[in-house]
Design a binder for this molecule. Structure first.
Ligand code: SAM
Length: 277
């Protein structure tokens, strides 16, 4: 008999968000694999849970995954928890889940809070379809390319961002789409929860020079990409195609995509790329 890996959601700030099922499962399993055992021990103490915990984090490596899989193979149930929210979303949990799926070990979700879902739900933007961008890239070039791409798509977008980088991310968004609405959701469910709504430019200006703290989700709808009124449509298409090429598309595909999105001539865009314009 194989054990079961339970993926247990835990509060993202407010301990009242812990579900009764999460408490029961954490009490019943043989072992808790935790992103940070110090963080998890506080949670376990609060809910009077006495199950042993082992660390499972980004630097654990394949050895730790093998240890957890061995426990499950012995028939022991294991619960995976992250520091906060749903494990397996933008955290090391995904690799352990993938290993269990490969080994045919049952994986059972015990859903709980998730910062991204909470932020989307209060955004007021269209949530019929959304695109989760994870943590935004650290490199300015990559971040701008991704933000530009996000505005060209058809879905509302949401991303995690570190507090010391959020000002730069908003400045990039403001350069691309100054009048576009954005929600900055900070410290959700915590004492100093803050929902700042405004245009990308408003929020970028508000944060410029300020020291931002806490945990942050950014949400913005699709569209809004602004180009200078006198910008040559071919130049705009070539700039877009260059981004697509940097993202890994072939010159031909990049030209075709940018041409389709701007109405420029595919042949002219392709030729301009070849000429290194
Ligand atoms: N696996 C978790 C989930 O999605 O539920 C999140 C893991 S991710 C490593 C942590 C990021 O989520 C933080 O850096 C922050 O961007 C966001 N986050 C977590 N808690 C938050 C909160 N209370 N308010 C706003 N954002 C939060």
């Amino acid at each position: 008999m194989l054990g079961t890996l339970y993926i247990v959601g835990t509060p993202i700030g407010n301990l009242e968000d812990m579900t009764a099922r999460a408490v029961r499962v954490l009490r019943e399993v043989a072992m808790i694999a935790a992103e940070d055992t110090r963080v998890t021990r506080k949670l376990l103490a609060h809910f009077d849970i006495h199950t042993p915990a082992m660390s499972y984090h980004a630097h654990s490596g394949p050895g730790r995954i093998a240890e957890v899989v061995a426990l499950l193979r012995e028939g022991k149930d294991v619960a995976l928890v992250s520091d906060a929210g749903m494990p397996g979303i933008s955290d090391p949990g995904q690799a352990l889940v993938a290993a269990c799926v490969t080994e045919d070990i049952p994986v059972v979700p015990v859903p709980g809070p998730s910062a991204i879902v909470a932020a989307l739900a209060v955004s007021g933007f269209n949530t019929d379809r959304f695109r989760f961008l994870g943590f935004l890239p650290r490199s300015k070039k990559e971040r701008r390319a991704l933000l530009r791409d996000s505005l060209l798509g058809a879905d509302t977008c949401a991303a995690y961002e570190a507090p010391h980088r959020v000002t730069d991310a908003l400045a990039d968004l403001a350069d691309l789409a100054p009048d576009h609405p954005v929600l900055l959701a900070r410290e959700l469910t915590k004492k100093f929860e803050e929902l700042k709504r405004g245009t990308a430019r408003d929020l970028a200006d508000m944060l410029a020079g300020a020291e931002v703290r806490g945990e942050i989700v950014l949400v913005w709808p699709c569209g809004g990409l602004q180009t200078a009124p006198d910008e040559d449509p071919l130049a705009r298409a070539v700039a877009m195609a260059s981004h697509y090429r940097e993202d890994g598309l072939s010159t031909k595909d990049a030209a075709a995509r940018a041409a389709a999105e701007t109405g420029a001539s595919r042949r002219e865009v392709y030729q301009a790329l070849l000429n290194g314009v």
